[in-house]
Design a protein around this ligand. Structure first.
Ligand code: HEM
Length: 116
């Protein structure tokens, strides 16, 4: 998660949302995202966030674009494939693609995204 969000923070399309707009506190965000993935991928309870509500609040100010979802998935896929092997790799990527697709339709004012 820290490797992934390190790349997100430096990215020209995504960085400004996290750093400029949301002013994300990484010490808080990374454990939340870790809990999110532990819950959805490993079934370990512990995440109690509201991604759609948070994304919508941001997207109302500056609508999320399809190319931002595309970049998010690209960085996620590169980070996971570059650092790990085993069956969880593709399962996490598939799950991320599915969530990104659903989020792009659920988030207010977001531009719908589908994998190419
Ligand atoms: C266009 C792509 C995306 C952008 C720009 C984006 C941006 C953000 C930002 C800035 C936050 C922090 C909001 C805050 O704390 O106020 C956040 C939270 C979060 N995002 Fe995303 N996100 C994107 C896609 C995704 C995807 C594809 C997933 C899941 C696979 C995801 C999962 C989450 C989760 C779980 C949270 C935490 C929600 C909470 O703490 O309640 N995001 N996102």
């Amino acid at each position: 998660m820290s490797r992934f969000y390190g790349r997100v923070a430096e990215d020209s399309l995504l960085g400004p949302v996290f750093v400029g707009q949301a002013e994300v506190d990484w010490h808080e965000h990374i454990p939340r995202l870790t809990a999110f993935w532990c819950q959805i991928e490993l079934g370990i309870p512990g995440f109690n966030g509201a991604p759609t509500a948070k994304h919508s609040a941001l997207s109302r100010v500056r609508p999320f674009e399809a190319r931002q979802f595309e970049r998010w998935i690209q960085l996620f896929t590169d980070t996971i494939r570059g650092g790990w092997s085993g069956s969880r790799v593709e399962s996490m990527i598939d799950r991320a693609v599915q969530i990104a697709q659903v989020q792009s339709r659920a988030v207010e004012r977001a531009e719908p995204w589908s994998p190419k």
